[in-house]
Design a protein. Sequence first.
Length: 244
Amino acid sequence: MGGTFDPIHHGHLVAASEVAVLFGLDEVVFVPTGQPWQKSDRDVAPAEDRYLMTVIATASNPRFSVSRVDVDRGGPTYTIDTLSDLQRQRPDDELFFITGADALSQILSWRDSDRCFELAHFIGVTRPGFDLGASHLPEGAVSLVEVPALAISSSDCRDRVGRGMPVWYLVPDGVVQYIEKRGLYRSGADARALAREGIAPRRVPGDDPPSGDRPTYDRPPATAPRTEGTPPEPPTTDLQEVPR
Ligand SMILES: Nc1ncnc2c1ncn2[C@@H]1O[C@H](COP(=O)(O)OP(=O)(O)OP(=O)(O)O)[C@@H](O)[C@H]1O
Ligand SMILES: O=C(O)c1ccc[n+]([C@@H]2O[C@H](COP(=O)([O-])O)[C@@H](O)[C@H]2O)c1
């Protein structure tokens, strides 16, 4: 499943799980984009952060895995390269490329879209508010799957974090905590102030974790939150120990 996953949310996970059952897939490989060239009009969180959030979100499902092919390749991400790399790594596997109906409706504008259809069967998952009816997709190359409607989007999650609203239950718990820890999606001024003070982001009222086992956020972070114009810090060691 290809996506920018900025951040990954339950809409992505439900779609992947539904397609895996309907198509009898052995594994769903989540492939976070490196540089999503069609999203160059906005800031995208560092690829390493999006990759780690995807690892955290999928860790508990033995049929889900995460690939670094797009993150490690560098340069703009084209699905033709994603599929070529995956085919090289898994020459005996039949590939399906899962993505949303909104992305699929643009597929004819993707690089080498004709060759993409030769490398994988495309599965478009329906998404509330998007209709593929008018798209002229090659016959037989694409399947459409209706997934339980979850009106969740990454844009809305980012916007909520920026406004100090909770994203519990929209994204997996570990992803909420990762966003908090890294200070992702805060407004520029907020993030700069946090970096100046050298303290971890503060919890906002109403932004409580769902269980009694609450993490503490007021200890200094292992790395300073990212500010505009500075490169992302490497992930901290406790995140690298997430069980696989
Ligand atoms: N709630 C959802 N239901 C079904 N498909 C979804 C849902 N959210 C995202 N998708 C699909 O998953 C793919 C990857 O999504 P992406 O990472 O771009 O998330 P997004 O929520 O669409 O992000 P943004 O709001 O930033 O555009 C896209 O093709 C998208 O259509
Ligand atoms: O190959 C392309 O030219 C291309 C253009 C836009 C999007 N894609 C892929 O479509 C998937 C969904 O993208 P997005 O931007 O909706 O997260 C993701 O895997 C992207 O790499 C691919």
